[in-house]
Design a protein around this ligand. Structure first.
Ligand code: ADP
Length: 162
């Protein structure tokens, strides 16, 4: 079975991420979404929230998509999933610069690692988790960009406190 690891923060998962997963399923039998914990160690509950939301948002793909949290080196996580392929998305030249730095670093750590870089769908080229969090925190409507469960989560997070 061919597998690819799609690592990221997914904070939160958006339709841009889901579109990339959907298209990667034409290339691989299984996509393993790996949600990384930050180096500055965030509380575990945030990670498990992001895992739950990713599972909901990607539920339509069934068991061809697996969502896992990981810490430590990405190359080790990739190897522990019995693959050497990493999937990332490219939206802008800034993404390109960033991805190439990461790619070279990971190649250094494990020369057999291979990157699969998919261009964003035009429709989602402007979409990022940062923008979604920003809009939601200012009370804006993000339902066009994220799964309903994610929109509800953000509304609860940033909505009026009682
Ligand atoms: P990270 O913090 O590791 O960049 P993100 O969750 O922001 O994590 O992004 C994970 C991957 O998904 C990155 O490769 C990013 O370029 C890609 N991505 C994010 N949003 C989109 C989008 N709208 N279209 C295509 N790829 C995207």
């Amino acid at each position: 079975m061919s597998k690819v690891v799609y690592p990221g923060s997914f904070n939160p998962i958006t339709h841009g991420h889901a579109n990339l997963v959907e298209r990667a399923l034409y290339l691989f039998d299984q996509v393993i979404v790996g949600i990384g914990t930050s180096v500055d160690k965030e509380p575990d509950e945030y990670l498990s929230e992001r895992i739950d939301l990713c599972r909901l948002a990607l539920g339509e793909f069934g068991d061809r998509v697996v969502v896992k949290g990981f810490n430590g080196l990405l190359v080790n996580f990739v190897r522990s999933n019995n693959t050497r392929f990493i999937l990332r998305g490219l939206r802008t030249l800034t993404d390109y610069d960033y991805e190439f730095q990461m790619l070279e670093m990971n190649r250094h750590l494990d020369p057999e690692i291979e990157y699969v870089l998919l261009p964003t769908a035009s429709q989602w080229s402007f979409l990022s988790s940062t923008r979604v969090r920003e809009i939601a925190s200012l009370g804006g409507d993000v339902t066009a960009f994220v799964h309903p469960a994610v929109a509800a989560h953000l509304a609860k997070l940033y909505g009026p406190k009682n």
